[in-house]
Design a protein around this ligand. Sequence first.
Ligand SMILES: CC(C)(COP(=O)(O)OP(=O)(O)OC[C@H]1O[C@@H](n2cnc3c(N)ncnc32)[C@H](O)[C@@H]1OP(=O)(O)O)[C@@H](O)C(=O)NCCC(=O)NCCS
Length: 186
Amino acid sequence: MQKLGTVTLETKRLILRRFTPDDAEDMYQNWASDPEVTRFLTWPCHSSPEASRAILVEWAAQYADGGVFQWAIVPKVSPQVIGSIAAVKLDEEICSAEIGYCLGKAYWGQGLMPEALTAVMRFLFFDVGMNRIAACHDVNNPKSGRVMEKAGMKYEGTLRQAGRNNQGICDLVVRAALRSEWTIPE
Ligand SMILES: CC(C)(COP(=O)(O)OP(=O)(O)OC[C@H]1O[C@@H](n2cnc3c(N)ncnc32)[C@H](O)[C@@H]1OP(=O)(O)O)[C@@H](O)C(=O)NCCC(=O)NCCS
């Protein structure tokens, strides 16, 4: 595994780049303050832009570690940050990563997250050298499952009462792709 860290990635419609503390207002306004976005996430809504800034200050300090993969999602057509995508778990022994993501509600339904996830998978498989990339979602959040499917992850199973999010304890659907089998979606 090559610890390349959070380098800037480009897709047809998006730039994926490092967060800076100056993204706090966008983060707060576009997704972190919205209970619909955080409904199936593990963290509570932020109470203010200052709360978002405090987290971004922490994240910015972590970027020096090449094992940190935490991107801000920015549409090419407007300079604001509309969401995030990150490797939330890494297992270097088996070159495996688990991905998490969220997007502001105003931007749902345009296939933006599958586009971002595909770019992240391509980078982690072929540049960083990951062998397995997984993601999981609450069974009651199938739209996240659709993102994983569109990016070429396969259903592996449902773990009963294996997760906890803002809805409480939940069953977790696990999906994943292996480098040897993954083909870049159209
Ligand atoms: C899950 C999420 C990332 C999807 O991103 P996206 O860019 O909208 O993804 P897509 O455009 O491919 O849409 C995926 C599915 O969401 C649903 N969807 C699309 N637009 C929607 C809208 N406006 N409102 C509600 N659901 C919508 C559809 O079921 C769609 O599947 P389909 O294309 O087969 O119809 C986004 O909804 C989100 O950030 N949700 C909140 C955070 C979250 O749940 N993160 C994942 C935790 S595991």
